[in-house]
Design a binder for this molecule. Sequence first.
Ligand SMILES: NC(=O)c1ccc[n+]([C@@H]2O[C@H](COP(=O)([O-])OP(=O)(O)OC[C@H]3O[C@@H](n4cnc5c(N)ncnc54)[C@H](O)[C@@H]3O)[C@@H](O)[C@H]2O)c1
Length: 247
Amino acid sequence: MSRAALLEARGRVALIAGAGGGIGRATLELFEAAGARVVALDLDSAKLPAQSDAVLGIAGDAIDESAVRSAVECAVSRFGRIDFAVNAVGVAGGGVLCSTSLAEWRRVIDINLTSAFLLARECYRSLSRPGGSVVFIASTNARNGGSALSGAAYATAKAGIINLTRYLAREWAPEGLRVNSVMPGPVATPMLARFSLEQRAALVDSVPLKRLAQPAEVAAAIAFLCSQHAQSMSGACVNVSGGLVLD
Ligand SMILES: NC(=O)c1ccc[n+]([C@@H]2O[C@H](COP(=O)([O-])OP(=O)(O)OC[C@H]3O[C@@H](n4cnc5c(N)ncnc54)[C@H](O)[C@@H]3O)[C@@H](O)[C@H]2O)c1
C-alpha cells in the first residue's frame, strides 16, 4: 500500500509533539509525504526537522503548558487549523520501585502522561470538527505490568495513556473528534540506546516475531488511525507489539 493510499492528508495540518524522536520523526515524514503540513515540537532543538513551507519546527517542552499553548497558536496562525495531534514524547525510566525517587517518578509520569493531557487540552479548541484525530503512544508495559528495565513510573504512565484515550474518546465523540493510541513493543529508536547489546538481544528474543518494530511501522499505525479508513475507530489501542501482548 502506498503512503498516499494509507493517509490522504493534502490540506490537512498535523501537530506532532516529540517529532525529533525515532517514532515522532517517522510520523512526521509519513504525514508530510501524505501531503500534510506539520508543526513539529521537540525539547531538543537539534532534532527538529529543517523548516520548509510545509514544516514548522518548534523547540519547546511538552510538559510546560505555555510552551504547548504557544505551539498550538503557531500551528493555527501559520496553517489555520489542526486536524491531527500526535504525542510521540516519551522517556524511559528504570530501576526497582524502592530505588525510585519522588523526583524521578514525577519526571517520568509527566513526560509520558502529562504531556498527552496537555497536548490534548491545548489542541481541543483548534481541532477540526468533525474529523479531528488525536493519537497517543502507549506501550506493552501498560498491559504486561512492565519491569525494572523501564521502571514502575513508565509502566504506570503508559497504562494512564490507555485510559486517557478511552476517557477522551467518549468525552469528545459528540463533537466528531476521535482519540486513539498505539501500543508498541520494543521499537528500534534512540530510546533503546541505553540498553547493552545483550539487553537488546533479550528484548528481540522476548518478541514472538523475533524482531524490533521499525519506527515507520508504528508511524503507519498512527497514520491509519488518523486516516479516512479509521472513521469508526475511537478509544482504541492498536497493538504493534509483534505478538508480545496478545489481548
Ligand atoms: N522505542 C520503543 O521501544 C518504544 C516502545 C513503546 C513505546 N514507545 C513510546 O513511543 C514514544 C516515542 O518514543 P521513541 O522510541 O521515538 O523515543 P525517542 O527517545 O527516539 O523520542 C522521544 C522524543 O521525545 C522528546 N522529548 C522528551 N521529553 C520531551 C519534553 N519534555 N518535551 C518535548 N519533547 C520531549 C525527545 O527529545 C525525543 O525526540 C514514547 O512515548 C515512547 O514511550 C517507545
